[in-house]
Design a protein around this ligand. Structure first.
Ligand code: SF4
Length: 174
């Protein structure tokens, strides 16, 4: 479980996006965590923001920043954290990002929250609940993410089909 001390050590601070990127590509995680961020220039991100604004009923959802690290959408009335995604590609990464939010908030004493992944384009909803098994998986994952973030060298990876949709493609392979 994440403690206050962890929160104050820079490499120990793990954001939800980093959990997501870890499951997509370890090189992407390393680049992102070393301050090389391409997503803010991506059309897909602009589309994601637009979908986000159009998907939530005004007034029910609050966007909250937790510890200056996690930006979450919280529906207080149902105790649900929502995460909007454009497509189900990389669904495992989306699910674990949401598990991580639930895990982190549990560490802050907020137990029993629910998670919901929303795919507005396909009108799909996936519900996510934290279990002890998932928490154990997350703890291993977080240790590995921290090791990658601390590493001075970028992980070597092969070109994969997913690189064609990645905002870092030109940097990695251009
Ligand atoms: S382009 Fe490919 S190798 Fe580079 S960060 Fe993206 S997914 Fe990883």
């Amino acid at each position: 479980m994440i403690g206050q001390q962890d929160i104050q050590i820079p490499f120990a601070r793990v954001g939800g996006t980093e959990v997501n990127y870890y499951l997509i590509c370890q090189k992407k995680l390393w680049l992102f965590s070393h301050g090389i961020q391409m997503e803010r220039h991506s059309d897909r991100v602009d589309l994601g923001r637009l979908l986000h604004e159009e998907s939530y009923p005004r007034g029910r959802h609050k966007e909250m920043m937790i510890d200056g690290l996690l930006r979450i959408d919280f529906d207080e009335s149902s105790g649900t954290i929502h995460e909007i995604k454009l497509s189900k590609a990389f669904e495992e990464a989306h699910v674990y990002q949401l598990y991580y939010y639930l895990y982190y908030l549990k560490g802050l004493g907020l137990e029993g929250l629910k998670g919901e992944l929303n795919y507005p384009k396909s009108k799909r909803v996936e519900r996510v609940t934290l279990t002890p098994e998932i928490e154990a998986e997350l703890e291993e994952m977080i240790a590995h993410i921290r090791a990658i973030k601390q590493s001075e060298t970028c992980p070597e990876v092969e070109h994969k089909p997913k690189c064609r949709k990645c905002s870092y493609e030109e940097l990695c392979w251009g």
